[in-house]
Design a protein around this ligand. Structure first.
Ligand SMILES: [Zn+2]
Length: 366
C-alpha cells in the first residue's frame, strides 16, 4: 500500500533478509524468503486501513489466518517461464495486500463445484513491458488483475442489485480494447468473485441498504447505513453501490406536469453544491488523470484522488462526498471533508471549501 512506512526495526530486519536474497540471485543459488510480512508489526498497519477484511473480495476474515498477499508475486510468475518473480518487492509494503484464503490460494465454489486456482503467483499483463529486475520500471507494466490499492482500479468493478460483481460502466482502456478483454471480468473470474457464497451475502446486504435508505433521513438509520458502507464493513463496495442505485431510482423521473403541484420552497442557504458540481470548473484532462488531494490530520498527511466522476478515491475505493472520504482516510468522525482536502489549481493551493465558494458564492442576504 502506497504511503505506508514500515516500522524501523522491521525495515532493518527485512533489509537484511532482502540483501541475502539479492546475493543469492547474483550467485544463482537458492533464495530464502523469511516471512517477515506475517509479523504483526506490518500486518497491523495494513489491517488498520480497512479492518479485518480481504482487500480483494471484502469478506471479513474471522477465526482464520489473515494472510498478506504480494500483489506482484515474489518468487515466480505463473505462466511466465524463466521469470524469477518480483523478489525485490518481497519486503516492500507497497506490494502487500490483505487477502483471504480463497483469493490467495483458491477453494471458492460455484454451485458446489470447486473453482479456480485463485491469485497465487498469477500476475498476467495485458500490455506494457514486464519488469524482471529491480531496475525495471513497474509503471511500464499494465496488469490484468485489478489492484484493490490502486487509486482507480476499484472503480472498474461494479455490482448489480442481485449481488453479482460486474464490470462498471467505465470505458475500457486501450490495452483492453487491443486484447479484446476486460480487466474486471478477468479479475472476477480469477478470484471467483461471484462464487456461490459471496453472491447471496452481497445480495442480502444490498437489499438491507436499499430498505434503510428509504428511511435515511433519521439519524439512527443513517448511522446504520454509514456502518454498512464504511471502509471496514464487509462488502462495503456493494453496499455503496446499493445506496447509489437507491438514489438513482429515487430521483423523480420527470418534472411535475400539473400546475396544481405545489412548488417546494427552496431555502437558498441550504441549497447544496456537491463534488459533481465542481467538475465543470476543473480541467477535463487533469480530471481524467485524477487530481491529487491532500489533507493533514494529527501530523499525518493523507492523499486521495478526485476522479472525473466527482468521486474521491482513497483506501482503494471511491467515496462520493469529501467528508466520507476524509473520515475514512483519517478514522476520525469529526472532520469536515470540504475543509480537510486541499487541491492545487494553477499553482494555488486551496481547500475544497475555498474552491467551492469561488465558483458558487453563497447567495446575498435578501
Ligand atoms: Zn478474498
Amino acid at each position: 500500500m502506497q504511503g505506508l512506512t514500515a516500522p524501523p526495526a522491521w525495515a532493518t530486519k527485512a533489509k537484511r533478509t532482502l540483501d541475502a536474497v539479492r546475493a543469492a540471485v547474483a550467485a544463482g543459488t537458492k533464495r530464502t524468503f523469511t516471512m517477515h510480512w506475517t509479523e504483526d508489526a506490518v500486518r497491523n498497519l495494513l489491517l488498520e486501513l480497512v479492518g479485518d477484511k480481504c482487500w480483494y473480495c471484502e469478506t471479513l476474515i474471522v477465526r482464520a489466518d489473515i494472510t498478506v498477499d504480494h500483489y506482484r508475486p515474489k518468487s515466480e510468475v505463473l505462466d511466465v517461464p524463466g521469470h524469477p518473480g518480483y523478489w525485490w518487492l518481497a519486503y516492500d509494503m507497497s506490494n502487500y495486500r490483505i487477502a483471504c484464503r480463497h483469493c490467495n490460494s483458491g477453494g471458492a465454489r460455484y454451485n458446489g463445484v470447486r473453482e479456480g486456482r485463485a491469485k497465487g503467483s498469477q500476475f498476467p499483463l495485458i500490455g506494457g513491458t514486464r519488469a524482471r529486475t529491480a531496475a525495471d520500471d513497474l509503471d511500464r507494466e499494465q496488469p490484468l488483475l485489478l489492484d484493490p490499492a490502486h487509486h482507480s482500479d476499484p472503480d472498474l468493478l461494479g455490482f448489480d442489485s442481485a449481488g453479482y460483481a460486474r464490470r462498471s460502466n467505465t470505458p475500457y482502456s486501450l490495452a483492453e480494447t487491443k486484447r479484446g478483454l476486460c480487466r474486471a471480468d478477468e479479475t472476477i473470474r480469477i478470484l471467483a468473485l461471484n462464487d456461490s457464497h459471496l453472491v447471496p451475502l452481497r445480495s442480502r446486504l444490498m437489499r438491507e441498504v436499499g430498505v434503510l435508505a428509504r428511511y435515511g433521513d433519521k439519524t439512527d438509520i443513517q448511522q446504520l447505513i454509514d456502518d454498512k458502507v464504511g471502509p471496514k464493513a464487509p462488502y462495503s463496495s456493494a453496499a455503496g453501490m446499493a445506496l447509489a442505485l437507491h438514489r438513482a431510482c429515487d430521483r423523480p423521473a420527470a418534472a411535475p406536469t400539473t400546475a396544481t403541484t405545489p412548488t417546494p420552497a427552496v431555502d437558498p442557504a441550504r441549497s447544496r453544491v456537491d463534488l459533481q458540481d465542481l467538475l465543470q470548473h476543473l480541467d477535463p484532462d487533469d480530471l481524467k488523470a485524477g487530481i491529487t488531494l491532500t489533507g493533514r490530520h494529527e501530523k499525518k498527511v493523507h492523499q486521495a484522488v478526485l476522479n472525473h466522476e466527482g468521486q474521491i478515491n482513497v483506501l482503494g475505493r471511491p467515496w462520493r462526498t469529501p467528508t466520507t472520504a476524509a473520515r475514512a482516510a483519517t478514522g476520525s468522525n469529526k472532520i469536515d471533508g470540504w475543509d480537510f482536502w486541499r487541491l492545487t489549481i494553477a499553482g494555488v493551493e486551496q481547500t475544497l471549501a475555498e474552491f467551492r465558494v469561488t465558483h458558487f458564492p453563497p447567495p446575498a442576504p435578501a
